[in-house]
Write a protein that binds this ligand. Structure first.
Ligand code: HEC
Length: 271
């Protein structure tokens, strides 16, 4: 037993140590979200605001090719109605074709389309952004850990949304020394995982997006909302998963209790 405990501790220590080494960036800011922990759920109003930030700001550069407009009406998501989804899909332009003459053409988005890239291809995207193409954001909160090895984070089971939040709010005026090192067209951001210089200019400014519910819209607020939205796009079935997990736990504890009494009954005469 003692040996096992020692092994467990050694394992945990090396595990968190390795994550630290891999990150090589400032740990993400430990802000909390409504959906963290085993019982956390998404805040629909926040997801709707996050969608608006994505639409008005991020979608100018980033696609979400794994998310269809109709998903915005799915259970456990932002809770838009089907009518709203149709209307908001139509505000996007989608490439379709070829038509009868063999030409590609543009048309307004349909509910079944996925969030398109504003650029015709990867090369054009990179050329327009100082050599680095803006990555697809569908799974970005799963692709980035933002892990800083604390028990609290293990329990909350998130990190990606905090990373995105930290990146969006983490642009800093660099010191003179860092300024000299900054490559042409890059921006200093200590939270960026691959080096501290990122090709994305600070995308948010206070008051940039106006929310229908009059919610606060400082950079900090918008960054929180869009990070929550991107947590949902990466795991749209999170609420179902947690509910199922909870039911399984209840079942298992009842089952374990039953088995205990069965065992007692069967072995009664042997004692
Ligand atoms: C002007 C274009 C532009 C806009 C607008 C923009 N981005 Fe980016 N973004 C980029 C580029 C370019 C990169 C790639 C940066 C690099 O690799 O240096 C990037 C990278 C990212 C990354 C990945 C960072 C990493 O760890 O690899 C995230 C996350 C991100 N953007 C989120 C957002 C969000 C959220 C918004 C909206 C609030 C947004 N971006 C708006 C251009 C943009």
């Amino acid at each position: 037993m003692k040996k096992f405990t020692m092994l467990l501790i050694a394992g945990l220590v090396s595990f968190t140590g390795a994550s630290f080494a891999a990150e090589n960036a400032t740990p993400a800011k430990p802000i909390s979200f409504s959906f963290e922990g085993p019982f956390g759920t998404f805040d629909k109003a926040q997801l709707q605001r996050g969608y608006k930030v994505y639409k008005e700001v991020c979608s100018n550069c980033h696609s979400m090719r794994l998310v269809a407009f109709r998903n915005l009406a799915d259970h456990g998501g932002p809770g838009f109605t089907e009518e709203q989804v149709k209307a908001l899909a139509a505000t996007f332009t989608v490439k379709d074709g070829p038509d009868a003459e063999g030409n590609m053409f543009d048309r307004p988005g349909l509910a079944s389309d996925r969030f398109p890239s504003p650029f015709p291809n990867e090369q054009a995207a990179a050329a327009a952004n100082g050599g680095a193409a803006p990555p697809d954001l569908s799974l970005i909160t799963k692709a980035r850990e933002g892990w800083h090895g604390t028990f609290n984070q293990l329990w909350s089971n998130i990190g990606g949304p905090q990373y995105v939040y930290s990146l969006l709010t983490g642009y800093e005026e660099p010191s003179e020394e860092i300024k000299k090192e900054t490559p042409e067209g890059k921006h200093y951001n200590p939270y960026f995982v691959s080096g501290h210089f990122i090709s994305m200019p600070p995308p948010l400014a206070d008051g940039q997006v106006t929310f229908d519910d009059g919610a606060p819209n400082k950079v900090d607020d918008m960054a929180r909302d869009v990070s929550a939205f991107l947590a949902w796009t990466a795991e749209p079935k999170m609420e179902e998963r947690k509910q199922l997990g909870f039911m399984v736990l209840i079942f298992l504890s009842v089952f374990a209790g039953l088995m205990y009494f069965v065992k007692k009954k069967i072995w009664r005469d042997a004692h």
